[in-house]
Structures are given as structure tokens and as C-alpha cells.
Design a protein around this ligand. Sequence first.
Ligand SMILES: Cc1cc2nc3c(=O)[nH]c(=O)nc-3n(C[C@H](O)[C@H](O)[C@H](O)COP(=O)(O)OP(=O)(O)OC[C@H]3O[C@@H](n4cnc5c(N)ncnc54)[C@H](O)[C@@H]3O)c2cc1C
Length: 526
Amino acid sequence: MHKLTPLPLFSVGARESDQADNLMNEMQIPKERVRRLNSNPVAESGKYVLYWMQTNRRFTSNHSLDYAVQLARSQNKELVVYEGLRKDYPWNSKRIHKFILEGMIQNRETAHSLGINYWSFVEDDLHSAKGLLKKITEQSSVVITDDFPCFIVPEQSNKLADKINCAMLAVDGNSIIPFSQFEKFASAARILRIWIHKKFPNYFLKFANTNYKKEDFLALNKGSIAPFDTFKIESPELEEYLDKFRFENDVQPFKEMIGGRKKALELLEIFVIKKLNQYNIGRSNPNSFEETPVSGLSPYLHFGFISSEEIMMRVIREVTPTGFDLESLSHNKPGDRENFYTRSVAANHFLDELITWRDIGYLYFFKKPGFRMDLADLPDWVNKNFSKHHLDSREFIYSRNEFEEAKTHDELWNAAQKELKITGRMHNYMRMLWGKKVIEWSKSYEDAFDTLEYLNNKYAYDGRNPNSYTGILWCFGLFDRPWFPERNVLGNIRYMSSDSTRKKFKIKSYLDYVTSLETNLDRLFP
Ligand SMILES: Cc1cc2nc3c(=O)[nH]c(=O)nc-3n(C[C@H](O)[C@H](O)[C@H](O)COP(=O)(O)OP(=O)(O)OC[C@H]3O[C@@H](n4cnc5c(N)ncnc54)[C@H](O)[C@@H]3O)c2cc1C
């Protein structure tokens, strides 16, 4: 049995002891990032501090890891990092599994080169995950995990916290500003932007460690052995290993989408060098991923192979080669999207998407944590619309299956759906149009939401994320305002059409791109 002592840590929103303040000062981590998941004390006789890596799947720029390292040092304990993958998560498929496992194989290599005691586990028919985490916590003094506010993570974390005897904490390393720093969720991006710009200087450079070395872990690895079979598959065997799984969804990986940190860093470099300066003018023009000036990093952010701090710093470095000065942040106009961060409008637009638009979804979930959002989360003006227009006649009504098989009358919509199905990505402008049309062409708003959630989370590499829900609900009016004239079915919800997209952009190359994806797919199955 462990000897239990009072926990010398703090709890966000609760009384903080002097001891806790001292500990935090020593640790140099913004305490606003940390939240207690239970009220258990530190188990002094525990052998190790356990970091359960759930969503920040990386050893660089990771606030949870930093916190676990510093806690292990101050308690003179070993550090064990556990990274797992269960087989039964919602929307599971070979596509998602492969992407995560590619990341885990790289993490194992990195942990080995840094001398970190890293235990990875993948559930399969021979190895059950049941009870495993609880078992490894029996030897831990404290458990640290990543604070991710949606999908299976909140429930999974809370369940473990309730079952164990030692303290468990969640660390919010999701963005630049910890989400505890906002009192409530924002009803529009323009509001959150002002809050972010105000708080940004306080958090700039309070970043997670990007430079761990072998020496940092020497005293932290005492060689404890995992009480289970760790995941040992290497890259060349991965395909064969995955063939043994029976996934609920038949969704194949896309050959260009490789999971893990290496690919994330490669994409970031390509974006910064070749695409960034076109971001604000070319991003919305439908085209192939290669031709579109976007980063393609959302799946890598979602699985935590890279952090938004790292992405932001790389972009800032590129556009301010002589050095970045906080004094040069533009505060002339509150919430100035064009000019706030740097003198490059393109970089500012990108950083605004990466920070304001990404954060607005996370903030919503931080204030209302849960598995998902749905139509009940929409503002009153949208609900009034629904009451007025739900019986409107629909020009086209498609079933979920017809949507999934891209069998609508609209060539452009079908192309977007095919892009999603084949590649697991969708051009951002097309994604908005795609969502809007499903609302118009479904028999009810509820059916439309269910179809969008199903398609987005089943096929998109970046699905099952706060931004999946806020992105879908944006199509229904979330974070937006009423638009006029009032339309059939949509009422005052912003309207988008394939015809105006055709007029606004040259869409031929997008259609050709999707045709080429289909053609290449056919070649795989002669
Ligand atoms: C119907 C619909 C569904 C969506 N589903 C998802 C989803 O499942 N997961 C997801 O991460 N995003 C989702 N989005 C938001 C957006 O489409 C993607 O984040 C973006 O296209 C990702 O491409 P990128 O990484 O190349 O972005 P870039 O343009 O390179 O931007 C960099 C990063 O900023 C963030 N970002 C950019 N645009 C947005 C945006 N509009 N909203 C929120 N964050 C943004 C992303 O994290 C992105 O990786 C959805 C949008 C809509 C309209």
C-alpha cells in the first residue's frame, strides 16, 4: 500500500497553498494550465510520476511532459511516459489507426534516443486494454495527462481519476493562452480575437521546452519495466499488423498522409517557405492540396504531433528575420486581424486562423466539456430560424448513403465529398459549401447535423476535434450573424452556393484534381 500525503499542488479555481506556489515557481510552468482531476494526495511511496500521453503525442513543445518532468525531479521519482491506443474508439478505421501508429513508432524512437522510460501499448485481439492503466497507476505517485476537452478524452480521464488512489492532473497545452484564462466562451471570433490580443503578451515565450537532451532524463529513468507487452511493431510490419484488425469502418489510409512528427515538421517547412506569402489571397481558391497555400497541419495538431506554439514561432521567425519584439504588436485598433502579430498580412491571417479560429472551438468545449456538441448549442436567432423554416420544402433531399457515395446532382459538391473520402482532407472553402448544402438537401436540420458529424468524423484525419463540431455548427450559424435576404430552409443563416463558387473561382483545376484522385484509386484496383 502507498503511504498517502497531502498534495502539495494547486487546483485551478481552488485555494492555493504557499507550498503549491513555491512548487509552481520552481517549475516555471504557467499554473493556469493545470487542473486537478481528483482530490487524492500524492502517493509518496509511488515509484514514478506517470505521464499518460493522450493527445499531445510528442516529446517536444509539450506542457504536460514539462510538468511531469519537473514534478518527477522535485519528488525525486522516476518518470514513466505511457502512450496507448485502444481499438474501440468511435469512428475507428484503418485510416485513423495507421496515422496514430506511425506517430507512436516515431515516439518510441525519440524516447529511446532521449533515454525516456516510454511504455506504449496497442490493444488488439491478443492484448486487452482493460484494467491496464489502473494497474500501472498502482506504482505511481502522481498521474499527469493532457487536458483535451472533447471526444472520448474527458470521460476517459475522469474515469481513471475516480478509480485511482493517487493525485491526477490534466495539463492544458492546447494553445498559446491557457483556456482557464477566459471567463466564458466567445459568441464570435471578433470577440475572442480582442481577448486573445490582450492576453497574448502575457503568454508569449512562456512556452513548453523545445530542446530536451539525453542529460535531462538521465536521473529520471530508473529502468522500471512495463507490466504488459509493449507495442513493438516497426514501420515495415505495420501494414500486415493493421490487416489483422477488424475496424468498424472501412476507411482506407491515403498514401500521402503519414502520421507522426517528422511529416508535421516537413509540412510546416513547405508551408512557410513556399505557401505562407500567398495565404491571405490564395487560401480560399478551390484547388488541389499541393496548389493551395495552406499548411495541411490540422490532422497533426489534432493528434498532437506538433504544437501551435511551434507553428506560430516558425511563422514569426520567417517574417521577422531580425527578431520579434513584443513592443511591435499592433494595438492601434482592438482585434485588428490584419496587423496584430507582425508586419506581414499573410502571416497575420494565418496566425489568426491558427489561434483565434482554432481556439474558439476549444474554448467552447473547455467551458462545456463533453463528447460532442449538437444543434442545442446554437444561438437563439438560429433556433428562431429553425422554428420558422423547418417545414420549408426542399428542392433536393438525399439520404446519408447518397451523400456518402457522392451521388447528388451537384458536381462540385460531389467532388468535395470524394476528396474527403479518398484523402481524408477537404479544401477549407469547399468544406463550408459542403456543410451548407447538406443542410439544404436533408429532410431536417437534425438529419443534416448527423450526416455532417458522421462524414466528417469518419473520413477526416482532423475529425473528432472541437473544431469538427464548431466547423459543422458554423454552417448552421454558430459564431456568425443573421444574413439577408432570408432564404428557404436556411432562413437568415449565411447562404453559399455552388453557382457563386463557380463564378468567384476557376474551379476546373479542383475538379480535375479530384478526378485524378479517383483515377489513381482505380489503378490500385485493376
Ligand atoms: C464543415 C466544417 C468542418 C470542419 N471540421 C474540422 C475538423 O474536423 N477539424 C479541424 O481541425 N478543423 C475543421 N474545420 C475547420 C477548417 O476547415 C480546418 O481547420 C482547416 O481547413 C484545416 O486545414 P489546414 O490545416 O491546411 O489549415 P490552415 O489554413 O493551414 O490553418 C492552420 C491551422 O489553423 C486552424 N484553422 C484554420 N482554419 C480554421 C477554421 N476555419 N476553423 C478552425 N480552425 C482553423 C487549423 O488548426 C489549421 O490547421 C471544419 C470547417 C468546416 C466548415
